[in-house]
Design a protein around this ligand. Structure first.
Ligand code: C2E
Ligand code: CA
Ligand code: CA
Length: 570
């Protein structure tokens, strides 16, 4: 039978070592089962490898040799398309050389002085098996775009290294490009690919210098398995500087998460996940590009997990409350209460009052925010109707929409239902959509928001100027009100012309779009007066009131009602 013949074929092994005693030992260990070739240095080895390339099953390669050393052989074999398939096991006494060899494509190690011969036989057999099964899927080993390992192979190699080097302290490093999707959107996929290839090359270069393994995990996420280091800023700077030629005014920024001193081979992927968590924490942070996964982050993660588990009970037990913050029109003779924003609050039985900053982004990631948002909308609609009945005039309130909400096919139906059930019109419930919500899928989301607008809902663009949209995009967005991000007002220091000019610029843009501006985060009388003089229509901020519970907010409405009565009677 063809199969059994094939199985019986003796494999051919090349043993390369300058020490005769080592060649003899290998002959003793292997000659019963394999045919053997021998070389005394790298040059001889290359000649034999080229001559027998079709037949060679494996090369056992010493690293330290005269004439041409093992690293040079590794490099030469690796560079050659045809030779690359031949697996190489490195024979070495020096542990520090192993990672570098692995990085250069070595499949495994045999340490000197030689292990028990059963171990050597087993290792050789396993690598041959692996390589024969693997020739078919070899193209999957490296990522075509960057030349780095692909995820699966990366973990295979890293795990193997960890197993053989239990004493070596290693770190997991994860790199990401800040808002890479925007790079693709603005400059095209080809440009995006060029950026990724450059980073791949830079990582390749850095890792071969330091003896590490790199891979591209997916999209713009890169991983490096590397010997522990106290400082990664230098590595990060080196990678970042390689991007300078293409970066130009597009400012492509890398961010990095590190999980240091990995705990052995167990759950290597989990430890890279931790580095990724650290890396993700840096999203949108322009003052830092390096973060470690430490106890503080660990506690945050545990805390977050806890919150996710608690949400359904929180809804049942009414731990969520809606607070309201007023928006005042400031251009008249007195500030006039015009509308409000509904903001979620969570009174947690264990942690006390949790700010939405701690749970909204978390719930946005896993979609739970929809549950919270729908609760807020329902409460708000009910409240608007109650106040309308009590005070005789409508105070429109805006609610926040998350990106997840915008993908809900029932969104219009749900909002219309709320409006109708409470006897309101769509003009009385306003919707805030943050600028960044549009970035991933602008066309579809714009169409979605436009539909809401056609139903009569007014759209306030939240956090405007926080940097997500380009100017030419803004003119295509459905907007009725522009909410200026609070950092603008908070940046204005006394006498700083530039910061003030930015605010004027935003007011000009709003003018051009024929929409009013709400300035958020206004805390002082001076800020309010400055905005009034600049022509800003509406103000929301601690200066007028913090977000407050409904009963307290009712006092503000009552006050407004009184003012109007007085004005009516004079
Ligand atoms: P946002 O929509 O930009 O809301 C404005 C935030 O600014 C609120 O923070 C408000 O309390 C705060 N703020 C108002 N005036 C001032 C001021 O003068 N100075 C300062 N320093 N801050 C001021 P809050 O309530 O902590 O909410 C934070 C963010 O959480 C909100 O930002 C919004 O993105 C999100 N969020 C809040 N409630 C909801 C909700 O019901 N649904 C969704 N999806 N997100 C919500
Ligand atoms: Ca808002
Ligand atoms: Ca805002």
């Amino acid at each position: 039978m063809v199969f059994s013949d094939e199985l019986k074929t003796r494999r051919l092994i090349l043993v390369v070592d300058d020490q005769e005693i080592n060649r003899d030992l290998m002959e003793m260990f292997l000659s019963d089962e394999y045919d053997l070739l021998f070389a005394e240095n790298g040059r001889q080895a290359m000649e034999l490898i080229c001559a027998h390339q079709e037949m060679l099953s494996i090369v056992l390669l010493d690293l330290m040799m005269p004439v041409m050393d093992g690293f040079q052989v590794l490099a030469a074999v690796h560079e050659d398309e045809a030779l690359r398939r031949i697996p190489i096991i490195v024979l070495t006494a020096e542990r520090s050389a192993e990672l570098r060899a692995l990085q250069m494509g070595a499949a495994d190690f045999i340490t000197k002085p030689f292990d028990m011969h059963e171990i050597i036989l087993a290792r050789v057999a396993r690598i041959i098996e692996l390589s024969e099964g693997r020739t078919i899927i070899q193209t999957a080993e490296r990522d075509a775009l960057t030349g780095l390992y692909t995820g699966n192979f990366f973990f295979q190699y890293a795990e193997r290294f960890a197993r053989y080097h239990p004493d070596c302290e290693m770190d997991a490093v994860v790199l990401n490009i800040e808002r890479f999707h925007l790079v693709n959107d603005l400059y095209g996929r080809d440009f995006g690919d060029r950026v990724l290839a450059l980073i791949g090359a830079a990582i390749q270069e850095q890792t071969s210098e330091t003896g590490a393994i790199g891979c591209r995990m997916e999209a713009d996420q890169f991983c490096i398995y590397i010997r522990h280091s106290e400082d990664y800023q230098e590595l990060l700077n080196a990678l970042q500087s390689r991007l300078a030629p293409v970066s130009g005014n597009t400012r492509i920024r890398l961010r990095t998460g590190v999980c240091a001193k990995l705990e052995g081979v167990h759950d290597l992927r989990g430890q890279f996940d931790k580095a990724k968590i650290a890396c993700d924490m840096l999203r949108g942070n322009y003052s830092r590009n390096l973060m470690y996964y430490d106890m503080e982050l660990h506690h945050k993660e545990v805390f977050s997990e806890g919150l996710v588990n608690d949400i359904h009970r929180a809804v049942e037990q009414r731990q969520f409350q809606v607070y309201f913050q007023p928006k005042y029109a400031i251009q008249g003779t007195r500030p006039v209460l015009r509308s409000a924003e509904a903001l979620i609050r969570w009174k947690h039985p264990e942690y006390g009052m949790i700010s939405p900053g701690a749970f909204v982004p978390l719930f946005e990631q896993n979609g739970l925010i929809q549950t919270v948002d729908e609760f807020v909308w329902a409460e708000t609609a009910r409240q608007i109707a109650a106040w309308k009945a009590e005070y005789g005039f409508t105070l429109p309130v805006s609610v926040n929409l998350s990106r997840v909400d915008l993908y809900d096919p029932l969104l219009e139906e749900k909002l219309l239902d709320l409006v109708e059930r409470n006897g309101l019109t769509t003009h009385e419930l306003k919707l805030e959509v943050t600028e960044s919500a549009y970035t991933d899928d602008p066309e579809q989301l714009v169409a979605r928001v436009e539909r809401l607008r056609n139903l009569g809902f007014e759209i306030e663009m939240d956090d405007f100027g926080s940097g997500y949209s380009s100017l030419n995009m803004i003119s295509t967005l459905p907007i009725d009100v522009l909410k200026m991000d609070m950092k603008f007002i908070q940046n204005v220091k006394k006498g700083n012309e530039k910061d003030f000019r930015l605010i004027e610029l935003i007011l000009d843009i709003a003018d051009y779009l024929h929409v009013p501006v709400v300035a958020e985060g206004v805390e002082t009388a001076e800020q309010c007066e400055m905005l009034r003089q600049a022509g800003c229509s509406l103000v929301q901020g601690y200066y007028f009131s913090r977000p407050v519970p409904p009963a307290e907010f009712a006092l503000l409405i009552a006050k407004e009602q009184n003012e109007r009565k007085l004005e009516g009677s004079t």
